[in-house]
Design a binder for this molecule. Structure first.
Ligand SMILES: [Zn+2]
Length: 426
């Protein structure tokens, strides 16, 4: 699958995940599974493979793996990013960690279950989907709208888990939401040779950016924050400060490589990304705009975001138009489910480590299932050297690669979970 280079650049014609669908079809050929290949646009294919269980009241466990990858900058790589080479017990290539190793593990366990002499009690469903990296319009989002019966499951394992958080193993149970905003301001245009009396929109945009650069949204600490501090912070004094919303921000500076994550999951964040003003060198622009990438917490509403922006803008708020861009709510799955309990037991049995539930700062396809009430967890079980920071750096970065130990650990935990949830009746 690495060698197929299903690179998703966010355009309709990129990705071409049909190539990885073909890889999986070959892997599952002559295996007794119900297979569907569904194409949202030419080449944007997903594969759904279901092993039917004998008991319709048993859970239907979905193994959700995307088969697209993000682009590479080949100059930053010391090996071919699409070589899929196995060097010193590491598989190299774009997508090795995010998330082809897991998609491959999911397909492997599905194949084993399908070929076992005993039928499982519940359904096991491989959802190998296109377009996760660009939002799922040609992947899971589309599948749930067009083929809800084919992709129907009662619980889901997917990516964003298995990193080490102190002596714990992190399992994703929540993701921040996204609430994009466009801020537009008007100025007074004029000829750039006579600026007197004009009010350039560029200056107005600059004033907005000045306000934004000084804004630190207040921390909102919940149960997942508490679990993060417990798992990751050994220093009792530092842990106490991190649990205090007032002292939190000075304490975060002492967190080293995990500081960025801690900042992101403790509050709503605002990042200006795209500035626009002016089109001609000699014309003072009459309007300007700033796009904001805003990431929300579970419970943050659209109104909350607009209120926060107006507070940050202060006196500038009256002259600033706020337009809503594409977004989605933060999502979370309960840790009080049989699947989460099975995850905890499997990780304990295979790695001898407790699980800590975490919130991801970014988004994944897990949200589409959470939005319809299906619990979805970020799975994986990486080796002891995989800190959260290393995982974050490895995903989407140069020289992406995964070691065989992490693949084996993940497979071992996955086999236990599948056996517990939908395994053959004893
Ligand atoms: Zn991914």
């Amino acid at each position: 699958m690495i060698r197929e280079a299903c690179v998703n650049e966010g355009t309709e014609t990129s990705g071409q995940e049909i190539r990885n669908v073909r890889v999986l079809q070959r892997f599952l050929a002559d295996v007794p599974v119900e297979m569907h290949v569904l194409e949202a646009a030419p080449g944007r294919a997903s594969l759904i493979a279901r092993v039917r269980g004998t008991d319709p009241t048993a859970p239907a466990l979905g193994l959700l793996g995307h088969i697209d990858v993000v682009p590479v900058d080949p100059d930053g790589w010391t090996r071919n990013p699409f070589g899929g080479d196995l060097i010193d017990d590491e598989v190299w290539g774009r997508g090795a960690v995010d998330m082809l190793y897991l998609t491959a593990a999911f397909a492997t366990v599905l194949r084993e279950v399908a070929l076992a002499p005993e039928k499982p009690r519940g359904d096991l469903v491989l959802l190998a989907v296109a377009d996760e990296e660009a939002g799922g319009d040609y992947g899971l989002k589309w599948l749930l709208q067009q083929y809800p019966d084919i992709v129907e499951v009662s619980e889901v394992l997917t990516e964003s888990g298995g990193m080490r958080m102190g002596s714990h193993v992190a399992i994703g149970v929540a993701e921040k939401g996204s609430a994009g905003r466009l801020l537009t301001v008007q100025g007074k245009p004029g000829h750039a040779s006579i600026p007197y009396g004009a009010r350039s929109a560029v200056f107005a945009v600059g004033e907005i950016l000045q306000q934004l650069s000084q804004a630190v949204p207040a921390a909102e600490l919940g149960e997942l924050w508490d679990a993060f501090v417990t798992a990751r912070i050994d220093d009792a004094d530092l842990a106490e400060r991190l649990r205090d919303p007032v002292r939190l921000d000075t304490a975060i500076a002492h967190l080293g490589g995990i500081a960025g994550y801690a900042y992101a999951v403790s509050r709503v964040t605002i990042s200006p990304t795209v500035l626009r003003a002016g089109s001609a060198h000699n014309v003072i622009p009459g309007s300007g705009s700033v796009q904001l990438d805003i990431r929300t917490l579970p419970g943050t509403s659209d109104d909350d975001v607009d209120d926060l922006l107006r507070a940050v803008l202060g006196p500038l708020a009256d002259e600033t138009q706020i337009t809503h861009l594409r977004g989605w709510d933060a999502t979370a799955s309960s840790t009080e489910t049989p699947l989460f309990a099975a995850l905890e037991r499997a990780v304990e049995a295979v790695a001898g480590a407790p699980v800590v539930p975490i919130m991801a700062a970014g988004g994944s396809d897990a949200r589409f299932f959470r939005e319809i009430g299906v619990p979805a967890y970020g799975f994986g079980l990486l080796g002891p050297a995989w800190s959260y920071e290393r995982y974050r750096e490895g995903v989407h970065g140069h020289n992406e690669r995964i070691d065989l130990t992490s693949i084996s650990l993940s497979l071992a935990a996955l086999r236990r979970i599948v056996a517990e949830r939908i395994g053959a009746a004893a």
